[in-house]
Design a protein around this ligand. Structure first.
Ligand code: ADP
Length: 388
């Protein structure tokens, strides 16, 4: 089955064409600057329909006369309704739209992508895979904030969690690497990219995660602060900062960028090795925060069988993994220095044989997970038969 995976943003459209059975990527790319005027004021890519025409043209060669069997969308917010990938129809599209207030930047853009494809290829089934879905199993004690009930009942203010597709995929691969049934896997998964989140996995399900109502809560990220005392926001408001200014400050001007002068882990590690005090401080604050979450989630899952690193930093930065692991000595965690330093794109253990908890590196692949989920939903919808 050929599945086109779409990640539709407000001004960009990322795509990947996959042959699901063969596990192959046939084509991938991104159309950028949708709705942005070029020099002379011309709109090169006026809207998502135009972006899709460019994708269509780019796929021509890879398709070699074959047709796309299904489209899988990465949809950021599934609210409380969506725990599983769903076949999209008009009602589902409207439900995704109704969640716009919870993800005002992302869900409207996802819907633009869905509608553009429905117009262009009305016969191709579309599936929505939600970034929040894996976390729908989080129990109330972990999703509820200790604030008056109307915040939840009137505004949906609760923990949702994000990066779910990645956490679920990585937890499954980690279980396989350890020879554990995925439905019996207890562990802590650390997705460390520009955005970063930790998830407590018990019995293969998410039972807690560090991102909350929005992706701002939790770990120190590239440009996001993660946890802060909420009174800081009130204090800034009283200084006269507007909600948008505070939003920008905490989401785009904070995190590693604020602490160390760069949101790029490679730059920070190089600067720290040259003795740069700000870069060292950034690594120190971020690795300390992360180790605290690992300790908390080790308790939450009743004893982790593995600590799993993934995404840009988790997969590639042996230095950052080392800093976190050093702080986990109290849990009996010991890295194997050579295994941790070795570069590989395969799932692997980086801990020493005597480590009380195995430490794994498992590359994430959200597009693959979305393509496989899409194929499964479409196959089930046509009564167990693969279309075409
Ligand atoms: P996104 O959330 O945008 O998908 P990624 O998962 O690509 O982000 O992660 C981006 C982060 O990964 C950046 O901080 C970058 O510095 C870091 N990173 C990427 N490659 C390496 C590397 N070889 N060594 C250390 N850090 C890396």
């Amino acid at each position: 089955m050929l599945v086109l995976v779409i990640n539709s943003g407000s001004s960009s459209l990322k795509y990947q064409l996959r042959d699901v059975a063969a596990g192959e990527v046939l084509a991938e790319g991104m159309v950028d600057r949708i709705g942005f005027p070029e020099e002379g004021g011309e709109l090169e890519v006026p809207d998502h329909e135009a972006a899709l025409d460019l994708v269509d043209a780019a796929l021509h060669e890879a398709l070699a006369g074959r047709r796309i069997d299904a489209v899988g969308h990465r949809v950021v917010h599934g609210g409380e309704r969506f725990g599983d990938p769903v076949l999209i129809d008009n009602e589902i599209t409207r439900s995704i739209e109704r969640l716009n207030p919870l993800a005002p930047l992302h869900n409207p853009a996802n819907v633009l992508g869905i509608r553009a494809i429905a117009d262009k290829w009305p016969d191709v089934p579309q599936v929505a895979v939600f970034d929040t879905a894996y976390h729908r199993t989080i129990p109330e004690r972990a999703w509820r904030y200790a604030v008056p009930d109307w915040l939840y009942t009137r505004h949906g203010i609760r923990r949702y969690g994000f990066h779910g597709t990645s956490h679920q995929y990585v937890a499954g691969r980690a279980a396989a690497l350890l020879g554990i049934d995925p439905a019996a896997f207890d562990g802590v998964v650390l997705h460390l990219g520009n955005g970063a989140s930790a998830t407590a996995v018990q019995g293969g399900r998410s039972i807690d995660t560090s991102m909350g109502f929005t992706p701002l809560e939790g770990l120190v990220m590239g440009t996001r602060s993660g946890d802060v005392d909420p009174s800081i926001l009130v204090f800034l408001g009283r200084l006269g900062m507007t909600p948008d200014e505070i939003d920008d400050l905490l989401n785009r001007e904070s995190g590693l960028k604020a602490l160390g002068g760069s949101n790029d882990m490679r730059t920070l590690v190089e600067s720290a090795e040259r003795g740069d005090a700000k870069a060292r401080r950034a690594l120190d604050v971020a690795s300390y925060r992360l180790a605290k979450y690992v300790g908390a989630y080790h308790v939450a899952v009743g004893g982790a069988r593995a600590i799993v690193f993934t995404a840009g930093i988790g997969e590639n930065s042996s230095v950052f993994r080392g800093l976190v692991a050093e702080r986990l000595g109290a849990l009996g965690v010991v890295l194997d220095a050579a295994a941790n330093a070795a570069r590989s794109s395969e799932p692997r253990a980086v801990s020493a044989a005597e480590s009380a908890i195995p430490v794994l590196v498992v590359p994430t692949d959200e597009e693959r997970a979305i393509a496989e989920a899409t194929a499964a939903v479409v196959t089930a919808a046509v009564g167990g038969q693969m279309p075409r």
